[in-house]
Design a protein around this ligand. Structure first.
Ligand SMILES: [Zn+2]
Length: 65
């Protein structure tokens, strides 16, 4: 929790620290947009392809929906 006047600085700081711990590949995947109407998607966490209807990534278990 931060004062409203500090929100922008707090967001930039959190994003900088969060991205510093990720590889370039993981940063790219984290920006993936999932289309829940598509038959298949790529998981933003591990990059594996999964059937959207399954509701979760079969590789890492990340849940969708
Ligand atoms: Zn996954």
């Amino acid at each position: 929790m931060v004062a409203s006047r500090d929100v922008a600085l707090a967001q930039r700081t959190v994003e900088a620290h969060w991205e510093a711990d990720l590889s370039a590949e993981a940063r790219e995947r984290s920006r993936t947009v999932i289309d829940l109407d598509a038959e298949e998607n790529a998981c933003p966490a591990c990059g594996a392809k999964f059937q959207t209807a399954a509701g979760r990534c079969g590789e890492c278990g990340l849940r969708f929906g």
